[in-house]
Write a protein that binds this ligand. Structure first.
Ligand SMILES: [Zn+2]
Ligand SMILES: [Zn+2]
Length: 153
């Protein structure tokens, strides 16, 4: 198994929450960690199905939520009301810029942002849990943008 450390974290989390430890859940974990980029629950379900997995859609959905709870995945919303997930495991904290025309998602890390959520919480008397910072923009190169929209539809 490639992601032993992640499995260990997940197993511990399931145990502590009195959740059932099933091979299906670990199968979802493996696929989720291997997925390149951001994915919806249905994207993952379709991928697993096409790889002959027998995991049910409901299991995919509820396992993804468990993986968010134990922080192996992040759940993102890029303004279109579809929850997307991405692996946190062995990845750096980052933020996103989304093209509102073609939906391209660009990841970035900017050190200027790093301490802002924490310091705002502190000022307001809160303890930071998580934050999301999304920039919505338009591709400057219209040609590229159109190309993206054709590819994705
Ligand atoms: Zn991302
Ligand atoms: Zn675009």
């Amino acid at each position: 198994m490639k992601n032993e450390k992640a499995e260990e974290i997940f197993r511990k989390f399931l145990k502590e929450g009195n959740n059932r430890i099933t091979p299906e859940r670990f199968e979802v974990l493996e696929y989720a960690l291997e997925y390149e980029g951001h994915f919806g629950a249905d994207d993952l379900f379709i991928l697993m199905k096409s790889s002959k997995s027998r995991v049910s859609r409901a299991t995919v959905y509820n396992t993804l939520e468990l993986l968010v709870q134990c922080e192996l995945l992040s759940k993102r919303n890029f303004g279109d009301n579809i929850s997307r997930y991405e692996s946190n495991f062995k990845r750096q904290q980052h933020d996103h810029l989304i093209c509102v025309e073609c939906g391209e998602i660009v990841e970035f890390t900017d050190t200027r942002l790093l301490n802002i959520p924490e310091s705002i919480c502190k000022d307001l008397g809160f303890e930071l849990d998580s934050y999301s910072f999304n920039i919505f923009a338009r591709c400057k190169n219209r040609k590229n943008c159109k190309k993206h929209s054709n590819e994705k539809k």
